[in-house]
Ligand binder design. Structure first.
Ligand code: CMC
Length: 403
């Protein structure tokens, strides 16, 4: 008989002592406040409303940079030299086209389907066309980054035309990134101010630390799958109304409110019914989202140039009244509150707002893909089991009839 050597320790046949089980950390729904990675890409100060990409304040980037330069910064970690930027822009220009087979596949999608679903399927299909996987080959990484940044906008624009029964138009190599997207969407070369403001919108949406879609991208990346699957999984996550999908819902909400006079009573009713106000609130911010501040300014620039939008008056009144009612809880406008008004003024259909968010956020997802590969460990959190204790299987004829 084995001799128990100390206190309550189980008999393990003389092997080395089994370390006591670690006490699990407390359960935090939604992983609130739980660090799930280390990252050098983006910092957020949610009390002061400060956001930086690789240490550069967002305001400076939105004012001075271009989306492609910002994407380069996010993905490679430093602002590019003039030659690096020229090469990156050129490479992206050269890879904008998508295979006719992807366009044919998109023609089989139901026209009534949501463009985010079309984008997720098309992004995933890139993995079929570029199936070589060499995750630690620097050239493979460059090729994948260029392809995804170049082709995602083409696929969004292509589905827009296809669902209207038209053939997609080819990208224009002579147009910059944002202008080319608006051209592919509208079949018209855009006004220079509209293109600049759209480019700034892409910068504002390019990255935002470990939000749900980026977390999804990192989890997918951690399995060492291909970058097309990483982006496709992130697109699917971004689509939900609590995340990227909120920008579409904001305009539906403003439509429902209808007028400045209707705001106060609408908000009272919504709060009393515990309804979420779309475009408000953020896990990271206790003040107005700095991206909302910039987007509001961009919206005003557009209104000055192309005419006022009365929906903006409704939005501003809602922000003012909500500051009294929700502000004390730290709930203020987030990035989605004013972005829809900008896109509406640019003539972009409502259900393309979230795909546009995805075009921009592809830069952030790819930055996190690279960072994840650089110090990879597969994500495999634990859970707290709340189900039944062990039960014996019951044959079908002995189970109680359904009531
Ligand atoms: N309207 C009214 N109350 C809100 C809102 C809102 N928009 N957001 C949060 N609250 C309240 C919520 O009811 C809860 O109150 P209580 O403690 O009394 O139950 C408290 O604030 C905490 O809310 P939560 O839902 O637990 O907060 P969260 O950090 O889990 O969720 C959020 C963050 C963004 C999902 C949430 O604020 C929300 O649903 N907002 C509306 C949807 C939206 O605008 N989403 C876009 C987010 S920004 C861009 C992006 O990430 O894509």
């Amino acid at each position: 008989m084995a001799v128990q050597t100390s206190g309550d320790a189980p008999d393990n046949g003389g092997a080395a002592a089994i370390p006591p089980a670690a006490v699990p950390p407390p359960f935090r729904p939604g992983l609130e406040g739980v660090p799930a990675t280390q990252s050098a890409i983006c910092s957020i100060d949610g009390n002061q409303g400060l956001l930086t990409y690789r240490g550069y304040p967002l305001e400076q980037l939105a004012q001075n940079s271009s989306f492609l330069e910002t994407a380069y910064l996010l993905i490679w970690g430093e602002l590019p030299t003039i030659f690096q930027l020229r090469d990156f822009e050129h490479d992206v220009q050269m890879h904008r086209r998508v295979s006719f087979r992807i366009r044919d596949m998109m023609k089989c999608f139901p026209a009534s389907g949501h463009p985010m679903d079309a984008l997720q399927a098309s992004a995933a299909s890139l993995g079929l066309f570029y199936s070589r996987r060499a995750l630690y080959d620097p050239q493979y990484i460059i090729d994948a980054v260029v392809r995804l940044i170049a082709k995602i906008p083409t696929m969004v624009a292509a589905f827009q035309l296809i669902r209207k029964g038209q053939d997609p138009i080819q990208p224009r190599e002579d147009l910059p990134y944002a202008a080319n997207f608006l051209y592919m969407l509208t079949e018209r070369e855009p006004d220079a101010l509209a293109a600049r403001i759209f480019d700034a919108c892409l910068i504002l949406h390019a990255e935002h630390s470990l939000n749900a879609s980026t977390f999804s991208a990192r989890v997918t990346a951690s399995t060492l799958t291909d970058p097309y699957a990483v982006v496709a999984s992130a697109v699917g996550t971004l689509a939900g109304p609590l995340h990227g999908g909120a920008n579409e819902d904001v305009l539906d909400m403003l439509d429902e409110i209808g007028s400045v006079e209707g705001v106060d009573s609408w908000l009272d009713r919504a709060i009393s019914q515990k309804q979420k106000i779309m475009g408000f609130g953020h896990r990271e911010y206790r003040v107005k989202d700095p991206r909302a501040v910039i987007l509001q300014g961009l919206a005003e620039e557009l209104f000055q140039r192309f005419g006022h939008d009365s929906m903006y008056d409704v939005a501003r009144r809602l922000e003012a009244v909500a500051a009294d009612r929700l502000g004390p809880k730290g709930i203020y406008p987030n990035v989605d509150f004013y972005s829809g008004l900008v896109y509406r003024k640019l003539g972009i259909p409502r259900d393309l707002f979230t795909p546009i968010f995805a075009i921009a956020r592809t830069a952030g997802w790819l930055a996190h893909w690279r960072e994840q590969l650089g110090a990879n460990r597969i994500y495999r959190p634990s859970q707290i089991y709340t189900g039944s204790v062990e039960r014996a299987w019951v044959p079908l004829d002995q189970r109680p009839a359904a009531t």
